[in-house]
Design a protein around this ligand. Structure first.
Ligand code: SF4
Length: 351
């Protein structure tokens, strides 16, 4: 497999003309693949570093993956989408944020930190679909780096996937534009958003804006995507009672049915000071979510250490419906998407 040695090699070798931009009167090309709306001059790059302008055309990544695996869907995490199924998961390089605690930094931040070179694997959209089918995957997921910034490539794959009966999903930071969400909607069924904080200043540190992410969550629900939300709880960064309550309140105001995954941090990349998140902190956050009206709160990344907060329980009668241990489904008691005890409809996609 060819391996690129520099950022410039990588980008130019695997770049094609993009679609998600408009030409401005000043000659700059304004990109709307994500909420940054970069207006890029000739020879320049967007904040994500992977979309650039050459000879009046915006070039975008295409035809490679930097990460590829058949993952349990619980790893994305989607807990209300076909429990126990598999998602063919691929990632590319780059991100429009620069979170100091990124757990996928070798791919997402590879362009800002080329000291950790990543091998790239050249592959076609059809080969990815064929791999998904061969590995009995139910869906294809753009993940590991920010999918919005490589939406042309994801759509090419997802369109072929749809023809083969595969559904599409994004694992995203939620820094979307309304325009790109409209374009994605026919091909992306499931959308996971990281709601990383409720503090606008913290979001600026990470490279985004809180309001843009909140708006994305609102729009995703309005437009009919299935949405699950993750908050990675970092001690000293976003673990205050006040902030966790603000996050829970906001999600509940959009819909109490949105699953909220509260996951444990471990020191990584440039954030090595905070201690790993304790199970007690995740349990407390789940209790806050419940108290604020959310029906489905889950503790993640500490398998077996958080009581029954990995399980799906009926919001009506409390019956345990799906029992999990980490990414493994131990028991699924749902009957055609209903609670077997009180017949409550449980929102999600179930077999
Ligand atoms: S994807 Fe986002 S960061 Fe990249 S060029 Fe487009 S607007 Fe800028």
């Amino acid at each position: 497999m060819p391996k690129s040695t520099t950022l410039d090699d990588t980008l130019r070798q695997y770049a094609v003309p993009g679609r998600f931009y408009v030409k401005q009167d000043n000659g700059r090309l304004k990109c709307y693949a994500c909420g940054h709306y970069c207006a890029i001059p000739e020879g320049g790059r967007g904040i994500c570093q992977v979309r650039y302008v050459e000879k009046g055309v915006m070039k975008v990544p295409h035809g490679y993956v930097a990460g590829l695996a058949s993952d349990p869907i619980e790893k994305k995490p989607f807990y209300h989408v076909y429990p126990g199924s598999k998602a063919l998961s691929f990632g590319m390089l780059g991100c429009d944020f620069h979170c100091a605690y990124c757990q996928n930094w070798t791919t997402s931040q590879a362009l800002r930190h080329p000291e950790g070179p990543m091998p790239l694997y050249v592959i076609s959209a059809q080969e990815l679909v064929d791999l998904a089918l061969r590995h009995n995957c139910r869906l294809i997921t753009s993940t590991y780096n920010e999918p919005l910034i490589t939406s042309e490539w994801a759509l090419e794959i997802f369109k072929r996937g749809k023809e083969a009966g595969l559904q599409g999903s994004y694992v995203s930071n939620g820094n979307a534009s309304p325009e790109i969400l409209d374009i994605l909607r026919p091909y992306v069924d499931f959308y996971k958003v990281d709601l990383k904080s409720f503090n606008p200043e913290h979001y600026l540190q990470l490279g985004g804006k809180l309001q843009t992410v909140l708006k994305t969550i609102e729009l995703l629900k309005e437009k009919g995507f299935w949405v699950e939300i993750v908050t990675l709880v970092v001690p000293g960064f976003n673990d205050s009672e006040k902030e966790l309550r603000q996050i829970a309140k906001f999600i509940a105001s959009i819909s109490p049915h949105i699953p909220w995954h509260i996951t444990a941090f471990h020191p990584d990349f440039e954030m090595t000071e905070p201690e790993p998140t304790q199970a007690s902190c995740l349990i407390h956050a789940c209790q806050i979510g419940k108290a604020e009206g959310l029906h489905f709160c889950y503790a993640g990344n500490l398998a077996g250490a958080t009581g029954d907060w990995e399980n799906t329980r009926c919001p009506q009668c409390g019956e345990t419906l799906v029992e999990r241990m980490g990414f493994t489904i131990l028991k699924n008691n749902l009957l055609n998407g209903h609670c077997p005890h009180c017949n409550e409809v449980i929102p999600g996609f179930w077999d």
